[in-house]
Write a protein that binds this ligand. Sequence first.
Ligand code: S6P
Ligand code: ZN
Length: 183
Amino acid sequence: MIQMDWSNGLLQPGAEVLESVKTLGQLDGLFADAGAWRGMDLNTVVYRVQAWCPIADGTEGGLFWGNTVIEPGQVGAEYFMTHGHFHRQRDRAEYYATISGEGALILMDENRKTWMEAMRPGSVHFIPPHIGHRTANTGKAPLHFVACWPSDAGHDYELIRQKGFGARLLHVDGAAKLVTERA
Ligand code: S6P
Ligand code: ZN
């Protein structure tokens, strides 16, 4: 058992809780506007993740629990966002549930068809098998959400690192708009 603060999703640190922080500098190449990225303080924290892994990574039949906090911000017109990934075992699904803030869950199938679901306090999202997923903060406050995924899902970042998603979430005319990448 561990303790979670339901007001923000944060887990009590412990031996089974892994923590990571991603700064702008660690997200080189993620955002479309490289010029805007270079002009920013690269020590700026974009997002933090905690993952409770009570059994070994890769174990079939188990579950992991985690939370993500994405800071508000933009690189050029593009909202602060996570790397995004497919699960290494592509047929593994996942749940996300939003605690606070406003954002978007960006989803992409294996043919690069990309769509989004709005994230708001209380929204619960099912990420189906075979679907790449990334989250972005479209609001002015931190976006907090929790997640639950199979312990044998694994993470495949490579495909998305190389090709990105089929669309980017941009701030256009005062609103969040999913803009399709040109081929
Ligand atoms: C794990 C789950 C989340 C993400 C986190 C950061 O399956 O989807 O905990 O790891 O939101 O995103 P990313 O793409 O950097 O792992
Ligand atoms: Zn995932």
